[in-house]
Design a protein around this ligand. Structure first.
Ligand SMILES: Nc1ncnc2c1ncn2[C@@H]1O[C@H](COP(=O)(O)OP(=O)(O)OP(=O)(O)O)[C@@H](O)[C@H]1O
Length: 255
């Protein structure tokens, strides 16, 4: 399989002089198209920073990130905005839904902003709501639905463009275990049905056990990697917990 993303010797420093923080320190790895990648590590290990440089929200201090042949560290701000719009979908812990719009309108807004034709937009919205099982709450406002349904709405909004890469920062953080499980199963389904590549930061071993591969960060460096392969999710979970006990990382919210 050809590499979809190549992260080459990436460094991200904050501050300068004596007060410099090496949030990411010479990290290199590749991602294949269609992988469900997890990133784990203790608090402050650099997970969000890595996600931010991968998603072009933040610039690297040194190193290169290639999406196929395109080096995104060399792009101008205008080209970056275009790249983000055409390729990426973001899902964060805070849903950032607009309370004055219904669930359906929140999802459609993402399409309106891209000036898609209305019929295509509506059709895609129906499809994605069906896939995420939120059709029944389409006409409700965000404050009238559950946390899990809000999160799936945020997910639908990110996915309606059919992004090649989904970037998720602690997407299950605000969910109870049932809602978290539903969202993770949705990710797996999306991963399998539309071959979306997923990059998910999580501190939770249970969430990570849904991934096909996990990178472990420690003090900004790549410390370990686990590949699920043919193992059951339970076996993979146990292995993740073993690694976390070595890194002093976190645990598992539901086990
Ligand atoms: N804007 C910033 N300015 C200065 N230092 C920062 C900034 N953002 C992050 N850092 C530092 O960089 C390091 C990595 O932070 P990062 O947020 O990537 O860690 P994390 O693994 O995502 O942590 P958490 O699990 O607590 O969210 C930390 O030492 C943090 O204090």
């Amino acid at each position: 399989m050809r590499d979809y993303i190549r992260v080459c010797d990436v460094e991200k420093y904050y501050g300068n002089g004596e007060s410099v923080t090496k949030a990411i320190d010479r990290v290199s790895f590749t991602v294949n198209r269609g992988e469900f990648m997890g990133v784990m590590g203790a608090s402050g290990s650099g997970k969000s920073t890595l996600l931010n440089v991968l998603s072009t929200i933040d610039r690297v201090t040194a190193g290169h990130i290639f999406y196929e042949e395109l080096d995104i560290t060399e792009l101008t701000e205008d080209s970056l905005a275009k790249f983000r719009k055409e390729n990426l979908g973001f899902i964060f812990q805070e849903y950032n839904l607009l309370d004055t719009l219904t669930i359906e309108e929140n999802i459609l807004l993402a399409m309106t902003l891209q000036r898609e034709n209305q019929r295509t937009a509506k059709q895609r919205c129906q499809e994605i709501m069906k896939l995420l099982d939120i059709e029944t709450v389409a006409k409700k406002f965000p404050y009238e639905v559950s946390g899990g349904q809000r999160q799936r709405c945020a997910c639908a909004r990110a996915l309606i463009h059919r992004p090649k890469l989904i970037l998720a920062d602690e997407p299950t953080g605000a969910l109870d275990s049932k809602a978290a499980q539903t969202l993770l199963e949705t990710f797996v389904r999306l991963n399998q049905t539309i071959q979306a590549t997923i990059f998910m930061v999580t501190h939770d071993a249970f969430s990570a056990s849904y991934c096909s591969r996990i990178l472990f960060l420690k003090d900004g460096r790549l410390f370990h990697e686990l590949i699920r392969g043919e193992r059951s999710r339970r076996e993979f979970l146990n292995e993740i917990l073993d690694v976390l006990s070595l890194t002093g990382g976190e645990s598992c919210d539901v086990c």
